[in-house]
Design a protein around this ligand. Structure first.
Ligand code: BGP
Length: 467
């Protein structure tokens, strides 16, 4: 499978640590984690300290046979303050990572923002700040000019849908609001961010490609009645279409905009000049994260409510609430009695990988797709050498990979696959006990000792057999 990249993924706030080293400014996650709003007190201040361990981590990736690495750049490391002055030490850190990747022939797939807005943007209203897209485009321009073709795959934003959802529906991510008007504003501003960043990117005529990463697949249902089909459509209006349509097609579906307004959302913030920029500046590829499916049914409860895997449900015992979402009159989550949930209330359903890739390909003209995240969170224990036998993860990954490769075989334009995550790292509100890594990190050890897990060796074998 020569045209397929095999790798793993991380994100700046979740792995770098060094939160205030070498001139880095604070991000909204630094601010949130250091505040009273952070109920657990757990932070990403040090995490697995990728900032000082990147050489070791990239070497281990290479030894595993991985030929691509997805990581993100911290905006506040590059432009620490509102004055826009570039922090050369920030650029140098990422130059070093790129050097290391080049040394091993690892292709970088780099996200320009993975949740961690600079705090100075947060103070002005974060993703709802009307100037966020211009500020983002400026930061991206600095990156494009500096890194240029050394980064062949750029991603503007990680999971605008999930980010906006956690920020403004569930309220478990900063700024911790529950406000659908702000959700709509945030989604729109994120689409403007992507379009304005792409406008800067195209000016440089790089050979690199640019995309964005979607956090969930299309909605689906257990029954096929007009009511269920309607629920599916509404869930897509909420989770998919406001993101993929402008980014890939260059416009919003007018029927969707009408339905949103009928829900009482004021869309007067939408401006023709932004829509013109979106039309001209669409993505080259889609990054698709695959964890679970959006299984919905008609909303009969009349309730609007949002529950994620890490709010009031972060003990990992699996005996608390199921992950769900509902919008009065539109849709609510359904439960398939034949599937299992993980310990954080999220459904495990490998076949969703196939439907996601096939349906996305169909709707969006067979766009090039990278599966930018796929992984399994677990509580883990290691032996005295730090070795973890994570058979459950191996089973999860191989089942999902079966469906991903089947989708590729059946015509989806899948170009790469990334396990979430390269090594154990900070899992947002879930802290450090929920682990995803192919490599175990001993957080008790001063050196933050790394030990490959059983899944690392399984992946090494898998890559060998599929290259
Ligand atoms: C995705 C994010 C990642 C990662 C992953 C696992 O939505 O892009 O950053 O965290 O989910 O989620 P969690 O850590 O909440 O279990």
């Amino acid at each position: 499978m020569k045209d397929m990249l095999w790798g793993s993924a991380t994100a700046a706030y979740q792995c770098e640590g060094a939160w205030n080293e070498d001139g880095k400014g604070a991000s909204i996650w630094d601010e949130f984690c250091h505040s009273d709003k952070n109920e657990t007190g757990i932070t990403g201040d040090i995490s697995c300290d990728f900032y000082h361990h990147y050489k070791e981590d990239i070497r281990m990736m290479a030894e595993c046979g991985q030929n691509t690495f997805r990581f993100s750049i911290s905006w506040s490391r590059i432009i620490p303050k509102e004055d826009g002055v570039v922090n050369e030490a920030g650029l140098a850190f990422y130059d070093n990572i790129l050097d290391e990747c080049e040394k091993y022939g690892i292709i970088p797939n780099v996200t320009l923002i993975h949740y961690d807005l600079p705090d100075y943007i947060g103070a002005k209203g974060g993703w709802c700040y009307p100037g966020v897209a211009d500020a983002f485009a400026y930061y991206c321009k600095v990156c494009f000019e500096h890194f240029g073709n050394r980064i062949p795959l750029y991603v503007t934003i990680n999971e605008p849908n999930h980010n906006a959802y956690c920020n403004y529906c569930v309220g478990n991510y900063p700024p911790n609001e529950t406000n659908l008007q702000h959700y709509a504003r945030c989604c729109y501003n994120m689409a403007c961010c992507t379009a304005k960043a792409i406008r800067e990117f195209r000016k440089l005529h790089l050979t690199s490609k640019i995309g964005f990463v979607q956090g969930c697949g299309p909605a689906t249902s257990l029954l096929d009645t007009p009511e269920y089909r309607q629920a599916v459509k509404y869930c897509n209006y909420f989770c998919r279409d406001p993101f993929l349509d402008p980014a890939i097609l260059g416009y919003y579906n007018p029927e969707m905009l009408e339905e949103i307004q009928k829900k009482g959302i004021d869309l007067s913030f939408m401006k023709q000049e932004d829509l013109d920029i979106m039309k001209e500046n669409t993505i080259d590829f889609l990054g698709q994260n695959i964890y679970s499916r959006m299984l919905v049914k008609p909303n009969t409860s009349g309730i609007t409510a949002f529950v994620v895997n890490n709010k009031g449900n972060n003990d990992g015992t699996g005996n608390t609430r199921r992950e769900s979402r509902a919008i009065s009159g539109w849709f609510e989550f359904d439960r398939d009695p034949n599937t299992v949930l993980n310990k954080w209330g999220r459904e495990i359903y490998p076949q969703c990988a196939y439907t996601t890739l096939m349906e996305t390909s169909r709707r969006y003209h067979n766009i090039e797709i990278y599966v930018t995240e796929n992984g399994h969170g677990m509580y883990e224990t290691c032996d005295e050498n730090g070795y973890v036998e994570d058979d459950e993860r191996i089973e999860f990954l191989s089942n999902y990979l079966y469906w991903i490769l089947k989708a590729k075989e059946d015509g989806a334009n899948v170009k790469g696959y990334y396990v979430w995550s390269t090594m154990d790292l900070y899992s947002w509100i879930n802290g450090y006990k929920k682990r995803y890594g192919l490599v175990h990190v001993d957080y008790e050890d001063k050196q933050l000792k790394r030990t490959p897990k059983k899944s690392y060796y399984w992946y090494q074998e898998f890559i060998k057999n599929h290259s």
